[in-house]
Each structure stands twice: as structure tokens, then as C-alpha cells.
Design a binder for this molecule. Structure first.
Ligand code: ATP
Length: 260
């Protein structure tokens, strides 16, 4: 659908444009019907956060990039919503930190796997793991289709970036000893609370910033990158995200009614 109908001064214009990308992704066969609902949950938290990247997200982004640059075998896990929203940035980040790209779906169908892989290739990806027979390894203790992974990808990764993940899989990956980086607007989700590093921000804002940071931080030494990680505390970051929402709501509850 054309986005011309959204007036330039519409207060939710950016949010509506992102929503159109998800709908477009659904029509292309990238996004599952359930993905549309998951996006709605994210929109709600973005509203509460103020639809902008906050300092706690920036600190998590720096730690995430440090972890990716220090990794021996980093992998970026891609689901339908991620592919629909930030295909170019996935490819760029993978290039900057030398990571593999792997398709991993909760609602797995061969058609959707292939549609996502093709979409990523159209955006410059050279190799996309996790499609068809390539997803032949199994993550223990998981019962959804997300347990199927590539033996050349997530199975052997030491650091996995899992934007828009579900809590069970984050926990299973942690139990396998992996560093898990999540991007999740909901600081209360099981994913956010189980990941090693949680970026509480919209993926459409976080991913371009990660690419930019990766280009900058590549110049740092190993010791400097390790220092960034050492100073990072995920629990504190999640607390800051909740405090930010709390303060925002408190301020709004005391002010005169205006459009946000
Ligand atoms: P969990 O299993 O971790 O408790 P959940 O069941 O709440 O998570 P899902 O329905 O699996 O979550 O996935 C949706 C999650 O993705 C939500 O936490 C939502 O806030 C987040 N989300 C949706 N869209 C975005 C987006 N564009 N950017 C960042 N996070 C998003």
C-alpha cells in the first residue's frame, strides 16, 4: 500500500511508516500473521519509551558491538519481522563484525525461510544459513521450531544477536554457554531479562546505530573492547529502562493534556 496517505505532520507518522513495512513484509511472505501482533506489543512499549533511543539503549548497543567484535564466531539470527524492517542493516552489520546470518523462525515454513533468504540476498547478503536441510541441528530443551539451527551457524556460535526473540530460546542459548544479545522494546519480557545484553529500543533505530558503532569501535584495541564489556551491567540497564518509563508516565500524569 502507498504511504502517501499519511500526512507529513501526523504525530504517529514514523510509527505508521514502520507498520507499513511490516504489512509489506507480510504480503511478501516474510512476516507471519503472529508477527503482526508481536509488532503491536512492541509499538506499545515504544510509545511508553517515547519513540527515541535512550542512553540505556546506547550503552547496551556499545556493549553489544564490543561483544560482536570480540567474538570468535558471531551469528545474527533473523526472523520475519527483523527481515522486513532492517534487511540492509543486517547485511551491513554482519559485514562489519564478520558475522554469519541465519534464518530462524518460530513459525517455520520452507516458503518463508526461502522468501527471507532471498530478500536478504537482494539486500547484499552472500550467504544465508538455516534454510531447509541446513537447519539440521537441534538446540536442546526447546520444543518450538526455533530449536532447529544450522550446524555451521547458531549451533557453534559464541555470540548470537537475536533481535525480537522469544524467552525460551534466549534461555536455551544461554544454557548452551552463548552470549546472547537481544533487541526488545519490552524491558519486562523474558527475553529482555534472560539475555546477556538487552538493547531496549526499536530495531529500526537500534540496528543503524549498531552499524555506525561497529565502524567506529573496530578501531579500538581488544583490551579497550574488553573494558567496555567489563563495565556493562545488564540488570542496571533494565532498571534504568523501567525507571525511564516510570518517570515519563509520572511527568505526563501531572502535565496538561497535549498530543504526544
Ligand atoms: P518473551 O517470550 O520474551 O516474554 P513475548 O512473548 O512478550 O516475549 P513475542 O510475542 O515473542 O514476545 O515477541 C514480541 C517481542 O518483540 C515483544 O517483547 C515486543 O516488545 C518486541 N518487539 C516487537 N517489535 C519490535 C521492534 N520493532 N523493535 C524492538 N522490539 C520489538
Amino acid at each position: 500500500m502507498s504511504t502517501l496517505w499519511i500526512p507529513l505532520n501526523h504525530p504517529r507518522r514514523t510509527s505508521l511508516l514502520i507498520r507499513e513495512k511490516i504489512v509489506e513484509g507480510f504480503k511478501r511472505g516474510l512476516v507471519a500473521l503472529e508477527g503482526l501482533i508481536a509488532h503491536g506489543r512492541g509499538e506499545c512499549f515504544d510509545y511508553l519509551i517515547g519513540e527515541s533511543t535512550q542512553p540505556f539503549a546506547l550503552r547496551a548497543i556499545e556493549a553489544a558491538v564490543a561483544a560482536l567484535l570480540l567474538a570468535k564466531y558471531p551469528v545474527i539470527s533473523v526472523n520475519g519481522n527483523t527481515a522486513a524492517l532492517v534487511p540492509k542493516e543486517i547485511v551491513e552489520l554482519a559485514r562489519e563484525v564478520s558475522a554469519k546470518i541465519e534464518v530462524n523462525l518460530f513459525y517455520r515454513t520452507r516458503e518463508r525461510e526461502e522468501a527471507i533468504a532471498m530478500w536478504l540476498r537482494e539486500h547484499g547478503a552472500e550467504e544465508v544459513l538455516g534454510v531447509g536441510e541446513d537447519a539440521s541441528a537441534i538446540i536442546p530443551e526447546l520444543f518450538s521450531e526455533r530449536r532447529r539451527v544450522s550446524p555451521r551457524g547458531i549451533l557453534i556460535a559464541d555470540v548470537v544477536l537475536v533481535p525480537l526473540e522469544d524467552g525460551d530460546r534466549t534461555e536455551a542459548l544461554r544454557k548452551m554457554g552463548k552470549t546472547v544479545i537481544a533487541i526488545d522494546l519490552n524491558p519486562l519480557s523474558r527475553t529482555a531479562r534472560t539475555a546477556t545484553i538487552t538493547i531496549v529500543d526499536n530495531i529500526v533505530r537500534a540496528m543503524p546505530l549498531m552499524v555506525k558503532k561497529a565502524r567506529e569501535m573496530k578501531k579500538l584495541s581488544k583490551t579497550e573492547l574488553q573494558e567496555v564489556l567489563r563495565n556493562y551491567n545488564n540488570n542496571q540497564i533494565l532498571q534504568e529502562a523501567l525507571k525511564h518509563i516510570l518517570n515519563r508516565l509520572s511527568e505526563l500524569s501531572q502535565s496538561k493534556l497535549t498530543l504526544l
